[in-house]
Design a protein around this ligand. Structure first.
Ligand SMILES: *[C@@H]1O[C@H](CO)[C@@H](O)[C@H](O)[C@H]1NC(C)=O
Ligand SMILES: *[C@@H]1O[C@H](CO)[C@@H](O)[C@H](O)[C@H]1NC(C)=O
Ligand SMILES: *[C@@H]1O[C@H](CO)[C@@H](O)[C@H](O)[C@H]1NC(C)=O
Ligand SMILES: *[C@@H]1O[C@H](CO)[C@@H](O)[C@H](O)[C@H]1NC(C)=O
Length: 274
């Protein structure tokens, strides 16, 4: 009975442990748009490097292509030394088992204007600054959201204070001298109710992971042991006086104590059934 249930638990808990295995995709420079010819570095920050996280992307030309086919790969990071417009697409990390990270939209333009906007979702309540720029400087520009003009900024950058969910959308800018930027989606995520969890890189993830796995495996045993102990202690109701008597008696010999104990058990059992 015991070994079987242990095997069961181990089998049950191993997929649980695997789904807790996660990765986060980060990109440097952290911008959703860039000019062609620039350098970009993508990296999977993972809990477990043995899970074989790989960078993949979908572009207009190809789907689910691994880094080996379009960048310089080293472990779970990937660099594009010289970007081109056909590198525009959606990027994500995928483990050998098919688990996926967050995904990131990147637009590489052959034009002369970009909108520099956050590539990762923005936290509700935070401030966000968008820049309309050429390769060398900010441009006086109009800023658009979902096709409608929202602001004209002579300095070429626009700050949205205390971002809300309703400000999620497709943004672009347009300068009278240099023309339009591509559009980029800005997503806003809800603020967590508790304090923000520490970044993946700061915690010792392997330790937490192992701890959680052990908890998942041992919790049922711990709980059932507690239950059994409490059941045992509650069953013989007339138990208390004999126990305290035994405790106060001077201990003469191991054998004697054992005999006393057996006597109590027997008497309790008889009491219980009378
Ligand atoms: C990539 O393209 C495939 C095939 O069209 C699609 O199933 C998948 O959802 C895409 N991945 C992302 C992250 O958009
Ligand atoms: C990618 O670029 C980063 C930063 O420049 C560097 O540390 C890393 O070694 C590069 N990786 C590859 C695979 O070239
Ligand atoms: C990528 O962009 C499309 C629209 O351009 C948007 O619908 C989608 O949510 C974006 N994905 C991410 C991860 O930002
Ligand atoms: C961008 O600005 C130019 C010049 O101000 C204007 O002619 C054009 O219509 C604008 N484009 C959009 C999409 O508003």
């Amino acid at each position: 009975m015991r070994p079987t249930s242990l095997t069961c638990l181990l089998l049950l808990s191993s997929p649980l442990c695997c789904t807790m295995n996660q990765a986060r995709l980060t990109v440097s420079p952290s911008s959703s748009q860039m000019f062609e010819g620039e350098f970009v570095s993508l990296s999977c920050e993972e809990d477990d490097s043995s899970a074989g996280w790989k960078l993949r992307r979908n572009t207009t030309r190809e789907t689910r292509k691994e880094c080996e086919d379009w960048g310089e790969s080293a472990g779970s990071s990937c660099n594009i030394t010289v970007t081109a417009p056909w590198d525009s697409g959606i990027y994500w990390c995928e483990s050998r088992e098919g688990a996926t990270s967050n995904s990131i939209n990147i637009t590489v333009t052959g034009g002369s204007v970009i909108l520099q906007s956050p590539v990762l979702p923005v936290m509700e309540g935070d401030d966000v600054t968008l820049h309309c720029k050429t390769e060398t400087s900010n441009l006086p520009a109009d800023f658009y959201k979902d096709g409608s003009l929202i602001r004209t900024e002579p300095a070429g950058h626009m700050t949205i204070h205390h971002v809300s969910r309703s400000e999620e959308g497709l943004y672009k800018c347009n300068s009278s001298s240099h023309g339009e930027s591509p559009s980029s989606w800005i997503s806003v995520t809800g603020k967590p109710t508790t304090t923000a969890p520490p970044p993946v890189s700061e915690a010792p993830p392997q330790l937490v992971f192992t701890l959680v796995c052990h908890l998942v495996v041992f919790c049922p045993y711990f709980i059932s042991t507690l239950l059994m102990v409490s059941l045992y202690r509650h069953r013989p109701t007339g138990n208390d006086p004999p126990v305290s008597m035994v405790m106060t008696q001077p201990i003469q010999a191991e054998q004697g104590l054992d005999d006393d104990y057996d006597d109590i058990i027997t008497s309790v059992t008889t009491e219980h059934h009378f």
